[in-house]
Design a protein around this ligand. Structure first.
Ligand code: BG6
Length: 514
């Protein structure tokens, strides 16, 4: 038997620190999109880096009857198509595929979980995985409770042998609103303990998101100005040029607020706004994020239109290609009122952020893909340079580019060379690509590894998930009560509805053009 570990002497010291113990990962929903696009490519890249433990094994679990060899062939295709590094490296693949197997079963039938248990025991014996297991729920959320219940009935929720561990990774969407998230948490916690549950938000696995914490808390010079005394406002943008990518069924029930804001964008807000944790450890970090979420001022559902703007794209052009409108996408209702764009203004009612608006916007079918956090500082207290000399001067902006072109830039005023005093804004910048010359791992690589190591710092805790749903649920309530806007109200390939520009202009501000 071979292990998936690839020797890489240059990484020896580093790997020793991060090498997880032998374990098996069971993927529920093994024939789904997430498995193909993200999970298996991530595991394969970990194997390439030599970061998987000896005997590491993946068990695909899904309804379709298929031989393990067929499942392996599917995975190989998926890696060739979606892996960060491709095509498949034959040497790594040979070892990796020995650790891939498949169990055919239905999520509803507890007898299939008993067979899964048998298979896991065989793997423990033959591959030395020592009873350590991760169950990954990569299914539609309607299946979560059934799978969790059956794992419990089959006794798979508790460690298989003394000293071993059992963990559960659960994907978003985690509930549809505050009440359903609480209900799902109650259900989960009847069968698993909180330390076993890893609620995934892949934005936290992005290098650049983690770098926000490094930037803020490993540099002494920014923290003193990171507050209401110096910051005018914060803009968080997550723009996507893609449309639905065949996910109409799911998306039409979700919408941008649930799909992006409740999780990814509020996590970006948390890392920007949180207080320094007492240690870089799971509970210390999450305690601080929960405090931010709890401090978000509740939006009065009756005044939801003063604090939010909804949009939905019509037909248009993206990247030089004509694209259909949202209502023409497959599996979307022809009169759908689901939002594909949302802009909102939030206040964090605490000492640091009193009175500083956080503007968030996200949309599908925008002109470009860009995610950034922009901190806009206040104007200088006494303007020495006025009139034409300073006409093209803008306030300082610190822009943290999460993706693509990852980096950080600071906009500052500089004197234009010449005999006159004329000022212009210029950028000081750091780019990941040029500073480090290495490609960042995919978010799932980091998060899967962390779960194998039992580190839940970058996963969301129960109270955090629920706290994130509170403001979102108030907005959903307000939207349900207000008449729906006239959709579509922006053309695909534009930066969103006109109302969003008017919304921020009412505060005397403007969206950045990233
Ligand atoms: C997912 C959403 O969670 O995040 C998708 O469901 C979205 O709709 C995706 O496209 C964006 O992730 P990334 O990593 O491409 O920014």
């Amino acid at each position: 038997m071979q292990s998936a570990t690839v020797e890489n002497p240059l990484r020896a010291g580093l790997d020793a620190e991060r090498m997880p113990p032998p374990c098996a990962v069971v993927i529920f929903g093994a024939s789904g999109d997430l498995t193909r696009r993200k999970l298996m490519p991530a595991l394969y890249n970990l194997a390439l880096e030599g970061l998987l433990p000896a005997g590491f094994t993946v068990v695909g679990f899904a309804r379709r009857a298929m031989a393990p060899s067929e499942f392996r062939a599917q995975i190989r295709d998926a890696i060739n198509q979606f892996s960060r590094r491709r095509p498949v490296d034959p040497g790594t693949w040979e070892a990796f595929e020995q650790g891939i197997t498949y169990v055919q079963g239905t999520f509803q039938d507890v007898a299939d979980y008993a067979r899964l248990d048998q298979e896991l025991r065989r793997i423990d014996r033959e591959r030395g995985t020592r009873g350590n297991r991760i169950f990954y729920l990569a299914t539609p959320p309607t299946q979560y409770e059934t799978i969790i219940d059956n794992l419990g009935r089959a006794g798979l929720n508790v460690p298989a042998e003394p000293g071993s561990w059992t963990r559960l990774i659960i994907e978003k969407p985690f509930g549809r609103d505050y009440q359903s998230a609480v209900a799902l948490n109650d259900h989960l916690l009847r069968i698993f303990a909180e330390e076993q549950i890893f609620r995934i938000d892949h934005y936290l696995g992005k290098e650049t998101v983690q770098n926000v914490l490094a930037f803020r808390f490993a540099n002494g010079i920014f923290e003193p100005i990171w507050n209401r005394n110096y910051i005018d406002h914060v803009q968080i943008t997550v723009a996507e040029s893609l449309g639905l990518e065949g996910r109409g069924d799911y998306y039409d029930q979700a919408g941008a607020l649930r799909d992006m804001v409740q999780n990814h964008m509020l996590q970006l807000l948390c890392v920007t706004a949180m207080e320094p944790p007492i240690a870089f450890e799971a509970d210390a970090v999450r305690d601080e994020k929960v405090k931010v979420l709890r401090a978000i001022r509740q939006i009065d559902p009756k005044r939801v239109n003063e604090m939010t703007v909804r949009g939905q794209y019509g037909p248009g052009w993206v990247g030089g290609q004509p694209v259909p409108g949202y209502r023409e996408e497959p599996n979307v209702a022809p009169n759908s009122v689901t939002e594909t764009y949302v802009a909102l203004k939030l206040f964090i009612d605490n000492w640091r952020w009193a009175g500083v608006p956080f503007y968030l916007r996200t949309g599908k079918r925008m002109p470009r893909r860009v995610t950034e956090i922009a901190i806009q500082f206040k104007h200088v207290p006494h303007p020495l340079f006025r009139g034409p000399a300073a006409a093209s001067m803008e306030p300082n902006v610190l822009a943290i580019r999460i993706q693509p072109d990852e980096g950080i830039s600071l906009k500052i005023a500089a004197k234009v060379p010449g005999p006159l005093i004329r000022l212009r804004s210029v950028n000081m910048g750091f780019l990941y690509g040029t500073s480090f010359m290495v490609e960042s791992p995919d978010a799932y690589e980091r998060l899967l590894l962390d779960c194998m190591l039992g580190d839940s710092t970058l996963f969301t805790r129960r109270d955090e998930t629920e706290a994130a749903w509170r403001p979102i649920t108030a907005i959903l309530k307000g939207w349900a009560e207000a008449p729906p806007p006239r959709f579509p109200n922006y053309e695909a390939g534009t930066w969103g509805p006109r109302e969003a520009d008017e919304f921020i202009a009412r505060d005397g501000r403007a969206w950045r053009q990233p």
